[in-house]
Design a protein around this ligand. Structure first.
Ligand code: B12
Length: 221
């Protein structure tokens, strides 16, 4: 019980930091975590828990605590956190593999994708980030142009999940499917869904995603 209330206090604190309109508190929060010895991924993880809380309060039809404006403010603050923390995770270009990454068409969520891209870069992968709301044809073109080892797709909306299947079909039709390994992730994606569309891997979070990308590279050798 005591643990639950500590957890609740912590979550409401994180939510208040994420909903600070001026963006001052997010910088203070990140700096104080770093000063106390936390690594950037721990800070991302804590803020993600706060975002999930905002997401729950947004979707719960019985008690709508948060609204579109809260999604926008918390999204902006998370981007500020990424700006602040990214320089602490410098890319290590030691040629572990090349990943093209994007968020599928119809979906503009880019925080998770960006954190995953930074995670890969700091581990030595070369990452080409093709952005958000990426239509099938642009994924196919990026694979043709960059010949990556891995294509990573993100989706946070259940409504845009079918786009992942479209992209895989588009790659098959263009003759590229057997030239690239595919990993999918994001809040809307599950392991079962990943298997059902014929992806090679699924990552629940950026740590699992990195582990899976390393495995995919081993399989390629
Ligand atoms: C911030 C936010 C926004 C911001 C996004 C700002 C930005 N620049 O990205 C804005 C305001 C734009 C937004 C808009 C909308 N949003 Co929104 N949003 C959120 C919120 C609160 C946080 C998302 C986030 O960044 N999380 C933190 C990151 C770090 O988590 P993540 O993305 O899941 O990523 C992690 C893993 O999933 C993984 N990962 C991510 N991608 C990939 C890819 C690969 C390959 C791998 C391996 C791993 C991986 O690694 C990351 C780190 O561990 C979520 C709530 C939630 N629970 O997620 C709702 C949420 C995603 N949004 C939702 C909705 C409904 C919307 C809107 C439709 C609202 C509206 N009516 O307009 C629009 C859609 C706009 C569009 N067309 O895309 C719903 C989706 C529901 C559903 N089932 O589809 C959610 C879940 C809220 C809710 N509970 O209802 N949103």
């Amino acid at each position: 019980m005591a643990d639950d209330s500590i957890q609740e206090d912590r979550l409401s604190y994180l939510v208040s930091v994420l909903l600070d309109f001026k963006g001052t508190r997010i910088r203070e929060f990140c700096q104080s975590k770093l000063d106390s010895g936390a690594d950037p991924f721990t800070v991302f993880g804590e803020l993600q828990a706060g975002l999930e809380e905002i997401g729950k309060g947004y979707e719960d039809p019985r008690f709508r605590r948060y609204f579109n404006s809260d999604l926008i403010v918390s999204g902006r603050n998370m981007k500020r956190a990424i700006e602040l923390l990214k320089p602490l995770l410098p890319p290590r270009k030691d040629g572990k593999g090349h990943v093209v990454i994007g968020t599928v068409a119809g979906d503009v969520h880019d925080i998770g994708k960006t954190i995953f891209a930074v995670t890969l870069e700091s581990d030595g992968f070369i990452v080409t980030d093709i952005g958000v709301d990426v239509p099938c044809a642009r994924f196919v073109e990026a694979v043709r142009k960059n010949a990556p080892d891995i294509l990573a797709m993100s989706s946070l909306l259940t409504t845009t999940l079918p786009e992942m299947r479209n992209v895989i079909k588009g790659l098959s039709d263009a003759g590229f499917r057997n030239k690239v390994r595919i990993i999918v992730g994001g809040h809307a994606v599950t392991e079962g869904f990943a298997q059902s569309i014929g992806a090679d891997a699924y990552g629940r979070d950026c740590v699992e995603g990195l582990r899976k990308c390393r495995m995919l590279m081993q399989e390629r050798k």
